[in-house]
Structures are given as structure tokens and as C-alpha cells.
Write a protein that binds this ligand. Structure first.
Ligand SMILES: Cc1cc2nc3c(=O)[nH]c(=O)nc-3n(C[C@H](O)[C@H](O)[C@H](O)COP(=O)(O)OP(=O)(O)OC[C@H]3O[C@@H](n4cnc5c(N)ncnc54)[C@H](O)[C@@H]3O)c2cc1C
Length: 447
């Protein structure tokens, strides 16, 4: 057996765990360095779009595990206006069109399934090791070294920066501090037992069946509620977006989340239909969180030396299309695909740099486009003072969901580029063509 391919992943969120899964192979040592104790994933639902659920459930074979935890295929969007009238019902049976369904999971279940898939010896390839309470403070990208807060030093052939929107690895890659941007939006988040809703929120349950696999939205000009079930319809999750609460970062720069003030939240949604406000009265104090939503501008690069960024560290985006984690999963699959054939006995730093550039080239345009679509989807849903909804939650679905993995995408991009070059060449050739004017014989000239 030859040399071992040594990989460090900084961050054990969805991006880091997914990349550990994608990189699993014989004779590889994969270490995930995670700053927390890794038991704090929030109790909300997360939807994975078909482009990502296909990778998680089919490529990584987690459909059964997630089904056992109560995963649900979303059957559609139903969109209501401020008057409580149904404006759109968009059925979502996406397997035929995109090869997979839009899936609803409890975040804890998805995180646990990814963690087990990355670390369990039951799956092929070397299992990854997770070292918790390991906060990385800086990174030497060329040497492939990361340093932790406790003074430990880890060296690797490849370093994955999966440390989220406040990434320190990104600062080392770009040699500058990138600050996450306020987007003007905050979101209250809460999860309720469906039994409680059925017992205490009859007006709501008369309009929306909280057990049914549907995503329900109520949209006003600058506020919206996005709701749906998880765990076989036993829990119901609500995200209520509001104009920015203007929360100030604390001096240690650790949190943009805070305790949601229930009376204030109810006041903010006071003009929403009575049935839609029902669940807001059902939550108990301490069960509502308030997130300030931030994203980042597209970065000039995601890679330097032995390091490549994935997930929110590379392209944090607004949650308005449910694509943040979905793009992280696409990144992970791309890292796995491009590193599949690396031979660490033969291939050195130059090859690693070349592969990291290929990952960036494959992922950048797509993730950046989806990042921009997510900003677009956050724009006011109606004209000021009107209840008519002018946006559709399925607007960008074809671009977002029509995805068959990194290698297929690269091929598609190359074909598109070749077609464009051929077209440009035809235009250039035509413009170069001399217009040969036919000389008219003298006798034909009519005086
Ligand atoms: C309200 C809301 C709803 C959303 N809904 C959806 C949805 O339905 N579908 C979807 O696809 N996306 C959704 N998203 C986006 C999604 O949650 C994120 O895009 C995704 O979690 C990013 O994963 P990540 O692993 O890149 O980053 P994170 O989840 O932030 O994970 C980063 C990890 O790195 C660790 N870490 C950070 N710094 C260090 C360090 N220096 N050293 C070591 N470890 C470190 C952190 O502790 C953390 O575990 C939503 C986001 C929000 C705010």
C-alpha cells in the first residue's frame, strides 16, 4: 500500500460532513475539525431540492436512513396572499423532470445521517474522524497547515474550508477579511408538535393540514411566512421573514441569532390572516429564534494552494430558494468527483492546485447564479399596498434543479462554450467576408 492521502476538513456542518462522505476512499485519512461539540444543530426543517436530494439519497445511498427518520417528499407549494386567498398551488412531483424529489427533513436528522455516513465503518472507503472542540484560527494554504485555538497544528495534502459564513479559512485563501453582508432580512424560526397545532390551532388546521407534505407560504409585500412539516408530519416548522431587525454583532463576532420576542413577532404579523397567525400564538416563550440573514458577494476565488472552500464559506446565500445546503452538497459531490483519481504517490502540490482550480471552475458560475437568484427571490413579493403576488416560488427551479453532478455539469459547460465559440466564429467569418461587387458590363448600363 502506498502513501496515505491526508485530508483535513475544517467545519462539521452540512458542507464539511458531505465533503467527508464524498472523499471517502481506501487509503485516505480524513479528519474533520469542528469548533463545537457538534450537538447543536437547530430543530428546524430543511428542504433539499432535487439537485441535492439526488446526491444525498441516491449517490450516497441515504434514502432508507432518512426515510426511517421520517423524511417526506414535498408535494407542492401553496401560496396565499395577505387576504388569506390561495393564489397559487404548484404541484411538485419532480422525479420525472429532475430525477429526484424535493425533500423535507428535520435538520437534526439530516445532520445525523450525514455524520454517520461520514464516520461509520459500514460504508466503503476509510471512515472520517471528527475532532470536536477544535477551533481553527488560521491556515497556511501553501504548506497545508491549520492551527487551532488550543495550539495544535495539523498538516494535510488537502484542506477543505467548510467553516461556514464566518470562515477563517476563507480569510487565509483570500488574504483578506471577507465580511458577511446584511441583506435587510431577518427570520423568526420555530418548530411545533403537530399534535399541539391540531389541538390548539383549529383555525389554522382548517386551512392547512400540518401533516400533509406541502410547503405553505403566506406572502405580503416585505414579510412572508414559509411553513412545512417534517418527521412524517409529526412536527411543523415556520420561518417568518421580516425586514431586518438590525441586530448588532456582539463584540466577539459570534452571533447574529437571538431570542425571538413573541409579542413583537405577533405585532409584526398582525395584519396576516387570522388562521395564519394561529401558530404564532401556539409557541411558548423560548421556542422562537431570530436570525439575521446575511450572505456574501461572489468571491474572486475559492482556492489557494492546498485549500478549497465549500458551502457557506464559499457562497453563503439567502434561504429564499432553499439552496444554501443544497449547493454545499453539490460542492461536496464535486470535490469527490474531481479527487476520485488522484494518486498521492505520483501527484504532488501542482496536481492538487490543478484539481482545486477545476472544482472552482465547475462550481463558481452555478453557485454564484443561484446566490443571485436567492437575492432576487427575497425582493418584495407584491407591489407596495397590493395583495397581488408577483413572484413564483418555482421561478428558478429549472436552472436550480436540472443537475446531474459535477462531471456532467462540466461537460455541459464545455459543450455550451464550444457551441458559443462556433457561433462566434461564424459571425466573425461573415463579417470578414469581402462583399464582392459585381462589375456591370458597359453595354448594360442604361443611360
Ligand atoms: C432561516 C434559514 C433557513 C434555511 N433553509 C434552508 C433550506 O431549506 N434548504 C437549504 O438547502 N438551505 C437552507 N438554509 C441554508 C443552510 O442552512 C446553509 O447554507 C448550510 O447550513 C451551510 O452549511 P455549511 O456547512 O456550509 O455551514 P454551517 O452550517 O455554518 O457549518 C459550518 C460549521 O463549521 C464550524 N466552524 C466554523 N468556524 C470554525 C472554525 N474556525 N474551526 C472549526 N470549525 C468551525 C461550525 O461550528 C459549523 O459546524 C437556510 C438558512 C437559514 C438561515
Amino acid at each position: 500500500m502506498g502513501k496515505q492521502f491526508n485530508i483535513i476538513i475544517v467545519g462539521g456542518g452540512i458542507a464539511g460532513l458531505a465533503t467527508a462522505i464524498a472523499l471517502r476512499a481506501p487509503n485516505r485519512k480524513i479528519t474533520v475539525l469542528e469548533q463545537s461539540s457538534l450537538n447543536r444543530e437547530i430543530g428546524a426543517i430543511i428542504s433539499l431540492q432535487p439537485n441535492a436530494s439526488k446526491i444525498v439519497e441516491q449517490t450516497w445511498d441515504l434514502a432508507k436512513t432518512l426515510k426511517e427518520k421520517g423524511s417526506m417528499a414535498d408535494e407542492g407549494f401553496q401560496v396565499y396572499n395577505l387576504d388569506g386567498e390561495l393564489q397559487m398551488r404548484i404541484p411538485l412531483s419532480t422525479t420525472e423532470k429532475y430525477g429526484a424529489e424535493r425533500m423535507l427533513y428535520h435538520r437534526i436528522d439530516l445532520h445525523d445521517a450525514l455524520k454517520k455516513r461520514a464516520t461509520s465503518a459500514d460504508w466503503p472507503g476509510e471512515s472520517a474522524e471528527i475532532r470536536v472542540s477544535s477551533r481553527v484560527t488560521r491556515c497556511d494554504c501553501e504548506e497545508g497547515v491549520v492551527y487551532t485555538q488550543t495550539g495544535e497544528k495539523f498538516q494535510a495534502d488537502l484542506i477543505i474550508g467548510a467553516d461556514g459564513i464566518k470562515s477563517v479559512i476563507r480569510d487565509s485563501v483570500l488574504d483578506t477579511k471577507v465580511r458577511a453582508l446584511r441583506t435587510g432580512h431577518s427570520a423568526y424560526r420555530m418548530t411545533l408538535p403537530v399534535d399541539k397545532l391540531l389541538a390548539d390551532c383549529k383555525t389554522f388546521c382548517d386551512v392547512v393540514d400540518p401533516r400533509a407534505p406541502y410547503t405553505t407560504m403566506v406572502m405580503a409585500h416585505s414579510r412572508r411566512m414559509i411553513m412545512g412539516p417534517a418527521r412524517n408530519g409529526s412536527v411543523y416548522s415556520i420561518v417568518a421573514m421580516v425586514p431586518d431587525e438590525d441586530m448588532n454583532e456582539d463584540s466577539t463576532n459570534t452571533s447574529w441569532t437571538t431570542h425571538g420576542d413573541i409579542p413583537k413577532m405577533k405585532e409584526t404579523f398582525a395584519d396576516f390572516p387570522e388562521w395564519a397567525r394561529g401558530p404564532l400564538s401556539c409557541v411558548a416563550d423560548g421556542e422562537v429564534g431570530l436570525w439575521q440573514l446575511r450572505d456574501i458577494d461572489p468571491l474572486p476565488t475559492w482556492t489557494r494552494g492546498r485549500v478549497v472552500l465549500v458551502g457557506d464559506a464559499a457562497h453563503a446565500m439567502l434561504p429564499t430558494q432553499g439552496q444554501g445546503a443544497s449547493q454545499a452538497i453539490e460542492d461536496a459531490e464535486a470535490v469527490g468527483a474531481f479527487y476520485a483519481d488522484l494518486d498521492i504517490d505520483k501527484d504532488g502540490l501542482e496536481k492538487i492546485k490543478e484539481i482545486n482550480q477545476k472544482i472552482f471552475a465547475c462550481r463558481y458560475k452555478r453557485a454564484t447564479t443561484i446566490q443571485q437568484y436567492s437575492r432576487q427571490a427575497a425582493k418584495p413579493a407584491t407591489e407596495e399596498g397590493s395583495v397581488k403576488i408577483k413572484m413564483s416560488p418555482s421561478e428558478f427551479m429549472d436552472y436550480n434543479c436540472n443537475y446531474g453532478g459535477a462531471l456532467e455539469w462540466t461537460k455541459r459547460q464545455e459543450e455550451e462554450m464550444a457551441a458559443k465559440e462556433a457561433e462566434d466564429k461564424v459571425v466573425e467569418d461573415i463579417s470578414k467576408m469581402k462583399i464582392v461587387e459585381k462589375e456591370v458590363p458597359a453595354q448594360e448600363v442604361v443611360a
